[in-house]
Design a protein around this ligand. Sequence first.
Ligand code: FES
Length: 170
Amino acid sequence: MTEDFSDSRRKFLGYAIAGIGGAVALGYAVPLVQYLVEPAMEPQQEQWSLVCGVQDIPAEEPKSFTFYSNLTIAWETKRVQRDVWVVKKQDNSYTVFSPVCPHLGCAYNWNNQKRLFICPCHGSVYTITGKVVAGPAPRPLDTLPAKVENGNLYVKYEKFRLGIPEKVLA
Ligand code: FES
């Protein structure tokens, strides 16, 4: 009888210790999983990148520039090549367009004779301000955050969802 009681007590203590150990392990596991998973769920982020000196931007027509940007995905940062279209406005400010046609993602070009941006894929046509004038594009060209510092143009490259009327980060 005494032995049975001791056995049950031992078993009970064993379960209790295992339960407490499990709870402690879970207490560590949840923040660890959050630490590992949450960064991977966040949108990709790029830092401000030097595109060009403002003296390299012509006044008469949009110009395409290629530059390198630091892209951070979860815990990893890598250097990626990017393109943008830059338009110098009459007030000497700048509009920077994503090079991606918001219809389905093709690269469009500037036609200086027609003074229009034209996408070769499905014929979307945009004015120099990015407004859609023809074709299936559901929204104007996407502008990117830009700033001028010490005579240089900096851009924060972003990607947007394609084929929808709203400009939403991808
Ligand atoms: Fe440009 Fe379709 S991707 S018009």
